[in-house]
Design a protein around this ligand. Structure first.
Ligand code: ZN
Length: 311
């Protein structure tokens, strides 16, 4: 199934469900950052969670940033996802590999580490972003972000995330987010039924690998609960908005001395975007232009400062 995100409701609007398939974009991230298997699983789960959480935001430019910082060898995991279906991300130590855990699965919990924090920043595109932090529960990412949803957003939520990777690459990736809205939260029978169905789910990637589509998965979980699958299939993809102009802007911040140093010692500068791994080469000519701009006639002396120095 191609990468996409589908929304649904059930129980007369009391349950909100979102499903996302991220197989190709996770493979792209693996290639861009040369990720090990366990790093692919960690970043893939975080990116899928980012897309699922962003899908519930309202204003068009909304984005969500998930930073997971545990005490394991992987270091930090970062994903940035938008309501527009774009996502990017990276891990601090992409080449870390660990033996499988007791269940024979990629040991994401050990790679991330059981102690640390999840930082979530919600940016609606204007004003101040809203951020919150919760402690890690297991480092397995699904549990940790569910804990964030329940404590910070106070919404009864179940999040199922999965990445299946083997020697030929990412075979299946994505996840499901089910939320019980306040109007249905007091319906104990409904909550109980949903909890037991999610508990019996053998994970997300086995369903995808068995050839199931998102609507079929929704049907299995919620088919007898007035399920309403929304018709829109949103495309999701790995996308980074870095550009050569942005890189030049960042280089300019180093100042005249450092830029001269880059010209003399390296005959230019190479910058790599940490989000997508793209490299940009700035020549000595580019750097000289930046120096000219920094020293130019409109040398940015604030008007206020001029007034102060000439009584
Ligand atoms: Zn980039």
């Amino acid at each position: 199934m191609a990468d996409q995100l589908i929304r649904a409701t059930a129980a007369d609007g009391g349950i909100r469900a979102v499903g996302v398939v991220t197989t190709r974009l996770t493979e792209e991230a693996k290639g861009r950052h040369k990720l090990s298997w366990v790093a692919t699983a960690a970043l893939g789960r975080t990116m899928a969670a980012g897309l699922l959480l962003a899908s519930n935001m309202k204003t068009p430019k909304s984005r969500i940033n998930i930073r997971i910082r545990g005490n394991g060898p992987l270091g930090g995991v970062m994903a940035d996802a938008g309501l527009d279906g774009t996502v990017r991300g990276y891990v601090d130590n992409p080449s870390i590999e660990l033996p499988p855990n007791a269940k024979g699965k990629l040991d994401v919990g050990k790679a991330v580490g059981p102690e640390g924090y999840v930082y979530v920043i919600r940016d609606v595109g204007y004003g101040y972003p809203y951020s919150s932090t919760v402690e890690l529960v297991s480092g397995e990412i699904g549990d940790d972000i569910t804990h964030y949803l329940v404590t910070s957003e106070q919404t009864a939520s179940a999040l199922v995330l999965g990445v299946f990777v083997d020697a030929s690459g990412v075979q299946a990736a994505g996840g499901l987010l089910l939320q019980i809205l306040p109007k249905a939260a007091s319906d104990e029978e409904l909550v109980g039924t949903l909890e037991s169905r999610i508990a019996h789910l053998s994970g997300f990637t086995p369903l995808l690998r068995a050839g199931k589509t998102l609507p079929q998965i929704f049907e299995e979980l919620l088919g007898d609960m007035e399920l309403n699958i929304l018709p829109e299939r949103q495309i999701v993809r790995f996308h980074c908005d870095c550009s050569f102009d942005r890189v030049l802007g960042a280089l300019k911040m180093f100042g005249v001395e450092e830029l001269r140093d880059m010209i003399e010692k390296d005959n230019g500068a190479v910058a790599t975007c940490e989000f997508c791994g793209e490299t940009y080469q700035a020549s000595s000519e580019h750097l000289s232009e930046l120096i000219d701009e920094l020293q130019g006639p409109k040398a940015e002396v604030p008007v206020g400062q001029l007034r102060r120095s000439s009584p």
